[in-house]
Design a protein around this ligand. Structure first.
Ligand SMILES: C[S@@+](CC[C@H](N)C(=O)[O-])C[C@H]1O[C@@H](n2cnc3c(N)ncnc32)[C@H](O)[C@@H]1O
Length: 436
């Protein structure tokens, strides 16, 4: 975390300014480990990630950082289990007799519990090898192939209009932050979520450019009024306890002509797996009072992107079409000029050519100087939940003249038009450097 970004931030509890403790930043201004304080609290920075919560584990992590125990601070931050246990057993260390000793034993025990999580998450292996085989972790591996991710690609031309200070709320392990950082290159990108281990992977693998903050957005956002040019919240709005409170905060922090995009928001009128707490489209819209917001059918925006190579924000979607969509996209701004038609958007959307790879959803079968690719959904659940992914990701492809992954950079150089076609179908994707 760069010390200067603290100027954008306030304490979510007292609203006061945040100051780094003396001596925590290195020569480049980067704070990897340190403590930040305001009038009411102390917050830890661990591996460059600031945690702005006061829940279980935080005082212990602050203490470990202050004592210079970086391994301990990281282990405890990464382990939700150990933090929960500390929260539940804290009464032990409050006992008058032997309280301090018991407290130390408790922390030592929690750190032993946390060591396994740390070992698993801090190896040098590529991201996809670290992720396990649970439904959730295979979903994370194949996040770029899920149609619920594709509104990010479809909206990149719009996001590009407000690429100053961008905030990705509920960023998870950072797939959207990666796409935003590599294509629209904001001046500052905040990636925030409440889950530390996901943020750790986001910063390490997906979006090292991000300023990463662990915070529960059921409480206030830690940003100054009108300090954010563009808010992106993908597949998270239906998971917060009070969407009305989050909207009030989003409206407070968004700049006068800023842009708000709440993407893949579940519609209560339709069924969704892991639905969270969905609302009907009209109720989602009624949450916004200070920024005019319009609702769009997400399947239509995705198909406009895939088939018509356009983002059409000029033509309103009819209420019955919006009601029939399993997920909607809410787009808001006081600048009405942003609501226009953007044409020829695919070229720019998939621009980042830095690390083009074959989409991991394809099994690669070398075949006599060619490569045969067979689409393999990670689960039946994935296939059923994402009908547009099934519709648009070709089931099999033969790539003549490519026999091994290692030849891909040369192939990209020599066959750029065919590669463009494969990128248009998500067969070849720009991926973070150490994703596979
Ligand atoms: C389905 S995931 C989506 C992650 C990412 N936006 C994406 O689409 O790939 C929902 C994310 O929202 C986060 N989240 C849910 N409720 C939250 C809260 N109250 N505060 C902060 N993050 C929250 C979760 O930790 C999780 O990472």
């Amino acid at each position: 975390m760069i010390a200067s970004v603290l100027d954008h931030l306030i304490c979510p509890s007292c609203g006061g300014a945040l100051f780094p403790s003396p001596g925590v930043e290195d020569a480049s201004g980067e704070i990897l480990y340190g403590v930040v304080r305001c009038e009411c609290a102390e917050y830890p920075i661990v591996e460059g990630i600031m945690s702005l919560g006061t829940g279980s584990g935080t005082p212990e992590v602050v203490d470990l950082v202050k004592r210079g125990d970086r391994h301990g601070a990281l282990a405890l931050s990464l382990s939700e289990g150990a933090q929960r246990a500390l929260g539940r057993l804290r009464w032990v260390s409050r006992r008058r007799v032997f309280g301090r000793l018991a407290g130390r034993v408790l922390i030592a025990w929690a750190l032993r519990q946390a060591a396994g999580d740390k070992r698993r998450l801090t190896t040098d292996a590529p991201l996809c090898s670290i992720l396990g085989t649970s439904t959730f972790e295979t979903y994370l591996k194949h996040r770029f192939s899920a149609e619920s991710f594709w509104p990010v690609f479809a909206l990149l031309p719009l996001l590009r209009q407000r690429n100053g200070v961008v905030l990705d709320i509920g960023c998870g392990i950072g797939h959207a932050s990666f796409a935003i950082a590599t294509t629209i290159r904001p001046s500052t990108l905040f990636s925030i979520d409440r889950t530390f281990w996901e943020l750790f992977l986001a910063r390490r693998y997906m979006s090292p450019e991000s300023t990463v903050i662990a915070i529960d957005v059921n409480g206030p956002l830690p940003f100054r009024d009108a300090s954010i040019d563009c808010v992106v919240a993908l597949d998270m709005f239906h998971y917060v306890d009070s969407p009305a409170a989050l909207v009030r905060e989003i409206e407070r922090v968004t700049s006068q002509d800023g842009l708000v995009t709440m993407l893949h928001v579940h519609n209560a009128l339709q069924s969704n797996v892991a639905a969270g707490k969905p609302l009907p489209p009209t109720s989602w819209l009624q949450l916004f009072h200070r920024i005019p917001v319009r609702a769009f059918s997400e399947p239509r925006l995705v198909e406009d992107f895939m088939v018509r190579d356009q983002l059409d924000l000029l033509q309103a979607h009819q209420a019955d079409e919006i009601d029939a969509a399993n997920a909607i996209d809410l787009i808001g701004s006081r600048d009405g000029l942003l609501f226009r038609r953007y044409e020829g958007i695919r070229e720019g959307a998939l621009d980042a050519r830095a690390n083009l790879r074959i989409n991991p959803i394809y099994r690669r079968i070398p075949d006599d100087g060619a490569m045969r690719l067979e689409r393999e959904f990670p689960s039946e659940y994935f296939r059923q939940e994402y009908p547009l992914s099934e519709k648009y990701l070709p089931p099999s492809v033969v790539i003549d003249g490519l026999s091994a992954d290692a030849d891909l950079p040369r192939f990209v150089e020599e066959r750029s038009e065919f590669v463009r076609h494969l990128m248009d179908n998500f067969v070849i994707l720009p991926l973070p450097e150490r994703y596979l």
